[in-house]
Design a protein around this ligand. Structure first.
Ligand code: NAP
Length: 348
């Protein structure tokens, strides 16, 4: 069986995902596309030589009989309506982050999915599929470093443009750490505070950069996450977990080491797209495979999207008030409890 995708939003990541579904992955095919810019949608179909119909809007696309799954890669504020429309049409959905831009929006999706009665939605938190994070999680789950006590991580980009707002440091950049860290240590966030060291001269006037986000978990683990989006030297993701018996760190990206002109060195990526390129492949392949095998996606779910949204809101408040904010989640429905045999770690 081939999973037939309809794509909402044919911008940058939409095209990347369409290419991987058509050319790299197995078991998926693009049969429908739409974009608010209809010309762009038509152009993608022609350029990629797709056998796909162009629809005038998301409603008509999700209703198409030949669409089994909807790939939502429109801009963030449209995700909630796109996902709710797909659930209403009883279609599977792979939605890029964020699930919705508000916690209320995420709850509406959760309620719609639970009313449907089985899981339809997977959120594009691809770091959970990165080999390095999977190894780190295994080391923690196997108690290789004992109980985790502290986590130190960093999300650094060489630079950002004028359109990158101060809040984007949290809802666009930090959101990946917010998702992967609670998954990694299997704990819930309790509070968040944000502090701002001396500002780099490379940041534009409207942006506070760098910043350090401190998260406390219910289990007492202290996490510090640096977000530094004009670090100049490269795209660099760091994560170190300090446990009772030792320390485990995210592996460095594979690269030759070199000795040249009195230097022992190794290259650092500059382009963020390259860093998680394999993880993007694995997450979408897993979406396709788990639907085929069990009739439901089993990757990051709508509850994970809600946890990220609540924590983003608190971190934004903390950034703007300079005060610690407490994070209060609703009770997790049993519907979203992970079945270990279906979890993606078991499939990697
Ligand atoms: P983008 O290049 O701006 O693409 C978004 C596309 O969707 C644009 O063509 C836009 O049209 C279109 N669009 C907007 N609203 C729509 C709607 N209601 N219906 C149909 N099409 C609509 O943005 P992007 O970089 O691809 O990002 C898309 C999403 O992916 C964002 O939520 C972003 O956060 C997420 N993302 C995730 C990752 C990751 O690492 N997981 C990486 C990159 C992006 P116009 O241009 O005409 O507005």
């Amino acid at each position: 069986m081939t999973l037939r995708f309809g794509v909402i939003g044919t911008g940058a990541i939409g095209r990347e995902h369409m290419k991987r579904i058509e050319n790299k992955l197995s078991g998926g095919k693009i049969v429908a596309v739409t974009d608010v810019n209809q010309e762009a949608a038509k152009q993608v179909v022609t350029q990629m030589k797709l056998e796909a119909d162009v629809y005038p809007d998301d409603r008509s696309l999700v209703a198409a009989d030949n669409v089994d799954a909807v790939l939502v890669t429109s801009w963030g504020p449209a995700h909630e309506a796109n996902v709710l429309g797909a659930i209403e049409a009883e279609k599977y959905v792979f939605v890029e982050k964020p699930l919705a831009t508000t916690a209320e929006g995420c709850m509406k999706i959760i309620e719609a999915e639970m009313n449907h009665g089985k899981r339809l939605v997977q959120v594009g938190f691809m770091r959970r599929y990165d080999k390095g994070y999977v190894q780190l999680k295994k080391a923690i789950d196997d108690h290789f470093i004992g109980e985790p006590l502290m986590v130190r991580c960093a999300h650094r980009n060489p630079e950002v443009g004028e359109s990158y707002t101060d809040d984007m440091a949290i809802h666009d950049t930090l959101i990946h750490e917010l998702d992967v860290l609670h998954w990694l240590i299997d704990d819930e966030y309790e509070s968040v505070s944000v502090s701002f060291p001396k500002k780099t001269k490379h940041a534009l006037p409207h942006l506070r950069d760098p910043r350090v986000v401190t998260l406390e978990t219910k289990g007492g683990v202290l996490i510090t996450a640096e977000v530094f989006v004009n670090c100049k030297y490269g795209y660099d993701i760091q994560c170190e977990v300090i446990g009772e018996e030792g320390i485990a760190s995210l592996p460095e990206v594979d690269s030759i080491s070199f000795r040249k002109r009195a230097t022992l060195g190794t290259n650092i990526l500059m382009d963020w797209k390259q860093r998680f390129i394999e993880a993007y492949d694995v997450e979408l392949q897993h979406f396709i495979d788990s639907i085929k095998q069990s009739g439901e996606p089993s990757g990051p779910n709508a509850w994970d999207g809600y946890v990220a949204a609540i924590t983003v809101d608190a971190a934004l408040k903390a950034s703007n008030s300079w005060q610690k904010q407490f994070i209060s989640l609703k009770e997790k429905p049993a519907f979203y409890s992970v079945k270990k045999e279906n979890s993606h770690e078991a499939m990697l």
